[in-house]
Design a protein around this ligand. Structure first.
Ligand code: SAM
Length: 278
């Protein structure tokens, strides 16, 4: 931060947006953060950056990108789908020579791995319309441990709650099991709708993911098959919802009461059941 409280000497984001006529588009899930103190808080929450490459999805006009670079990130690779944002991002590239690579493309299909040098942190204010598929893709990375050392991601609060939910709660489901099987996950802080332009309808949360070095041994595809069946009919007893996978016999083999419901099972119990699937 410089003497006037700014994180860099680039123009304020509102000016950048106006000059490049970057009216937010709903189809791209665009809700921009203009407060660079807030984006700096997210960058700080990601941990040390000077010894990491950073992958950012959806830089938009570059609020978080600037914070990552101001925090000293070794290198930032930013994938942006909206070509209208590229001229604004070029100004940041010019301010930080050799530190920022912007790739125009869809993060769901773009092959960015080869651009990243380990260790890597993923840091992003994710577009809400593709946030869950992006996260699932990173959690399903093979082989494990994955290509990233940590993820610091912003989601709608409801998605964040599903990620960290514990057994016995309404939010506990497939995403909780997959995320917590492979990572330690924690909600760091919330961001109110008023911080964004345009303001979304709901509160957002920043979630930190630390990949487990030794997740309980399990085949990911089997675990996913199991949780899809169990939570697909979450109100039913497991002996009914898991019928097609072996039902009562499978549950008995794992020593799990068939009258229980999916939301009561711990991750270790899901893993034990998945390991019995053919
Ligand atoms: N990082 C900026 C900020 O915090 O102000 C913008 C965040 S905005 C919630 C999400 C950004 O992701 C938008 O810039 C949008 O154009 C971009 N985006 C949407 N879908 C995308 C995709 N499939 N791949 C890459 N970027 C995408």
């Amino acid at each position: 931060m410089n003497a006037s409280g700014q994180i860099d000497d680039l123009p304020p984001l509102r000016e950048v947006i106006a000059r490049h006529e970057l009216a937010a588009k709903k189809s791209f899930g665009q809700n921009f953060l203009f407060d660079l103190n807030l984006t700096s808080r997210i960058a700080r929450a990601a941990g040390s950056l000077d010894d990491h490459d950073v992958l950012e999805i959806g830089p938009g006009p570059g609020g978080l990108t600037r914070a990552l670079l101001a925090a000293g990130a070794r290198h930032v690779t930013a994938i942006e789908r909206d070509p209208r944002c590229l001229p604004a991002l070029d100004e940041i590239t010019a301010r930080y020579p050799g530190k920022l690579s912007v790739v125009e493309g869809d993060a769901l299909t773009e092959n960015y791995r080869g651009r990243l040098k380990a260790p890597v942190r993923i840091v992003a204010n994710l577009p809400y319309n593709v946030a869950t598929p992006l996260l699932t893709g990173w959690l399903c990375d093979e082989p494990w441990p994955p290509f990233y050392a940590s993820m610091t991601l912003m989601f709608q609060r409801e998605v964040a709650e599903r990620i960290v939910a514990v057994p016995g709660t309404k939010a506990y489901g497939r995403l909780s099991v997959l995320a917590q099987w492979r990572c330690q996950c924690a909600i760091l802080f919330d961001i109110s709708p008023s911080a964004f332009t345009p303001p979304p309808k709901v509160t957002s949360s920043v979630v930190q993911f630390a990949p487990r070095t030794d997740p309980l041994p399990c085949n990911r595809a089997k675990l996913e098959r199991l949780t899809a069946a169990a939570f697909g009919q979450r109100r039913k007893m497991l002996r009914a919802s898991l019928k097609s996978l072996g039902g009562a016999a499978l549950l008995e083999q794992a020593g799990i009461d068939g009258e229980r419901r999916a939301e009561t099972l711990t991750i270790a119990e899901f893993v034990a059941l998945a390991n019995l699937l053919p």
